[in-house]
Ligand binder design. Structure first.
Ligand code: 15L
Length: 269
């Protein structure tokens, strides 16, 4: 396997996607620095641990030292109180970018979300430069992150790939995921492309597999060379036999953000 970087920082290393990416990235760099809130047992001499809270700037500054690229999958991964979103995703994202600037990190690849555009209808086919329509405070924090990535590119030349991840799970488990599913293999291929392509400026790409029912069109960012192979359609028979199909006009299915749109405002609960 070709070594792509000397040292990569992977945030959220013990989370769902971090766990998938860890062995994959380990083969593509000399040193893989893992960051998480709690210590993780190291699996290889090439791994290093950076235990940290993303809201703690001095810790993030230390963790980004001597790093060539950051794969930022950490932070809050669904709707929560504004206070939690503020610390984990807004302050956390700022800390990553500001620390990257001070430590001269060249490229950041990070997980934005379908929830940055969740209020678009399922009938809209979105281009990567579409307007954002967040469906939650979580989605708003992703829009903040997308703005931050653009700002740090325009002002400081730090390159980023913002991946608007759909639903990255072992397989689609509801009807909406026929459109939003991102297989783990396609995620890994996409991350590899984001590391390899020589020039990305700030690119926004939808993180989805090659789904027949996709809401998204990545053709404007063809230069990434992302060619997903999996298709959620292969799982339709499983869904048909095990998951009730919601009526077509149900909010959970009629908006791209699904349950996040249907859920109402978190702070009212
Ligand atoms: C996300 O952004 C979440 O992190 C993930 O857990 C799923 O809920 C996904 O969106 C989705 O909407 O399927």
């Amino acid at each position: 396997m070709a070594i792509l970087c000397n040292r990569i920082l992977l945030t959220g290393a013990a989370g769902g996607l971090g766990t998938q990416l860890r062995p994959f990235l380990r083969e593509r760099c000399n040193h893989l620095r893992l960051s998480h809130l709690r210590p993780i047992e190291l699996a290889d001499p090439s791994e290093e641990m950076a235990t940290l809270d993303l809201a703690d700037f001095s810790k993030v500054l230390e963790a980004t030292r001597d790093v060539d690229a950051i794969i930022h999958m950490g932070g809050i991964s669904k709707e929560n109180t504004f206070e939690s979103i503020l610390q984990g995703n807004i302050r956390g994202m700022y800390n990553i970018y500001e620390a990257a600037r001070l430590n001269n990190v060249k490229r950041i690849i990070w997980g934005s979300s379908v929830h940055a555009v969740g209020y678009h209808k399922r009938t809209d086919v979105l281009q990567t430069d579409c307007v954002t329509r967040p469906d939650s405070l979580y989605g708003v924090s992703k829009v903040f992150g997308e703005g931050l990535a653009q700002y740090y590119f325009d002002k400081f030349g730090i390159e980023s790939v913002t991946i608007r991840i759909g639903s990255s799970f072992p397989e689609p488990s509801d009807w909406r995921m026929l459109s939003t599913w991102l297989s783990y293999n396609d995620l890994k291929h996409l991350i590899e492309r984001c590391l390899i392509v020589p020039k990305v400026d700030h690119t926004i790409v939808f993180g989805c597999s090659n789904n027949d029912q996709s809401f998204w069109d990545n053709s404007k960012v063809g230069y990434l060379g992302y060619k997903p192979k999996d298709n959620a359609e292969d799982f339709r028979p499983n869904l048909e036999s095990s998951v009730t199909k919601p009526p077509y006009d149900d909010t959970v299915i009629s908006y791209q953000g699904g349950a996040f749109v249907a859920a109402g405002h978190f702070e009212d609960k």
